[in-house]
Design a binder for this molecule. Structure first.
Ligand SMILES: [Zn+2]
Length: 297
C-alpha cells in the first residue's frame, strides 16, 4: 500500500492506493494557516490512516512548489508558510517516516505515467494547461526533477516562432519575462488574446462554445491557439521525444484538440513521419494525490 498527500491552498487530501492503484482510503481536511499546525495536521492524518490500515514506512507529498536542490528547503509553494522550511526533515521527524515530496505537476505526470493515460510509455510529458501552464517529465516511471527543480516547466519558455503580427504582443508575464507560452495557450491566455483582439469579455469556455457554433472570429482564434500549442509542444518533442503527451487542466477538456492538435504538432517536428500520441488525463483532480502516493513505491 502507498500513502500520498495532495496539499492544496484550502484542502489537504490523503489517499492510500493498493500496489495496483486501487483507492483503499481517502480523506480531506482543511489546510491549516501556519507551519506548526500543518506538520501536526499531516501527522494526525497519517495516524488516522494507520489506525485503519496498519503501518506505513513512507509518505508522499505533492504540492505546488519545489524543494530547492541546493538548500533542501521549500520554495515557490502556494502555502507560503512552507517556503524556506525543511519540510522533508520536519515531516520525517514528526511522523517517523521517509518523506518524498514533488511538485504537483510532476505528481500529475507520474500518476498518468504509472497507470493513467500515459501508462506503457517510457517517456511521458504531462502538460497541465488550465489557468496557468505547467508540466512534468517522467522517464521509466520516475520523475525527472532537474538541477533547478524546474524540469518540465515549459509554460515560461518564450512562445516558439513568436511573430508579433500573428501572435500579438501580450506583454509581461507575472514571471517577469515577455510572451511566455502560458500567456497564449493557458485558458486565461487564450481568453486574453481573444478579448484583446475582438474587444470582448469572454472566458475560454464561452469562446469554445462560439467555436462549436461556427462563429468566424472564434474559429480563427481557435486555429491560432492550435498553432501556438503545436509550436509549443513540438519544441518539447524535439528535445524530449515523449512516447505520450498527457494533457490535464481545464483546456484538456476541449475534445476537438485531440483531433486537431497532433497533425499541427507534426508540422513542426524535426522528423519525416513523426508519431505524436496526445491523450487527455485519466485521473483529473486525483492525479496529484495519486502521483504523491506513487512517489513512495
Ligand atoms: Zn512567464
Amino acid at each position: 500500500m502507498l500513502m500520498g498527500f495532495d496539499i492544496g491552498g484550502t484542502k489537504i487530501e490523503v489517499q492510500v492506493l493498493s500496489d495496483n492503484g486501487e483507492v483503499l482510503y481517502k480523506s480531506r481536511q482543511p489546510t491549516p494557516d501556519n507551519y506548526e499546525s500543518f506538520i501536526n495536521k499531516i501527522h494526525e492524518m497519517v495516524m488516522g490512516v494507520e489506525s485503519e490500515l496498519g503501518h506505513f514506512n513512507a509518505i508522499g507529498i505533492g504540492l505546488p512548489g519545489a524543494v530547492c536542490p541546493i538548500t533542501g528547503k521549500m520554495k515557490n509553494a502556494n502555502c507560503t508558510f512552507l517556503n524556506g522550511r525543511d519540510v522533508v526533515a520536519d515531516l520525517s521527524a514528526a511522523t517517523g517516516k521517509a518523506v518524498k515530496i514533488a511538485n504537483d505537476a510532476n505528481c500529475f505526470a507520474l500518476s498518468e505515467a504509472v497507470d493513467g493515460a500515459g501508462a506503457g510509455g517510457s517517456v511521458v510529458f504531462g502538460a497541465i494547461v488550465g489557468t496557468g501552464c505547467g508540466g512534468g517529465i517522467v522517464v521509466n516511471q520516475s520523475i525527472v526533477t532537474g538541477a533547478n527543480a524546474i524540469s518540465g516547466e515549459w509554460g515560461h519558455n518564450p512562445l516558439p516562432g513568436y511573430c508579433p503580427d500573428v501572435d500579438g504582443d501580450i506583454g509581461h508575464c507575472y514571471c517577469g519575462r515577455r510572451n511566455c507560452i502560458e500567456q497564449y495557450i493557458s485558458g486565461t491566455g487564450f481568453a486574453a488574446q481573444y478579448n484583446h483582439k475582438y474587444r470582448a469579455d469572454l472566458n475560454a469556455k464561452q469562446i469554445m462554445a462560439l467555436v462549436e457554433a461556427g462563429d468566424e472570429q472564434a474559429v480563427a482564434a481557435y486555429q491560432l491557439l492550435i498553432d501556438q500549442m503545436a509550436r509549443s509542444l513540438a519544441s518539447v518533442c524535439n528535445i524530449l521525444d515523449p512516447d505520450v503527451i498527457v494533457l490535464g487542466g481545464g483546456m484538456s477538456n476541449i475534445e476537438r484538440l485531440y483531433h486537431d492538435l497532433p497533425a499541427a504538432i507534426r508540422r513542426y517536428i524535426f522528423s519525416d513521419d513523426p508519431k505524436v500520441t496526445l491523450r487527455s488525463a485519466l485521473y483529473g483532480d486525483s492525479s496529484g494525490v495519486r502521483g504523491a502516493a506513487w512517489l513512495t513505491k
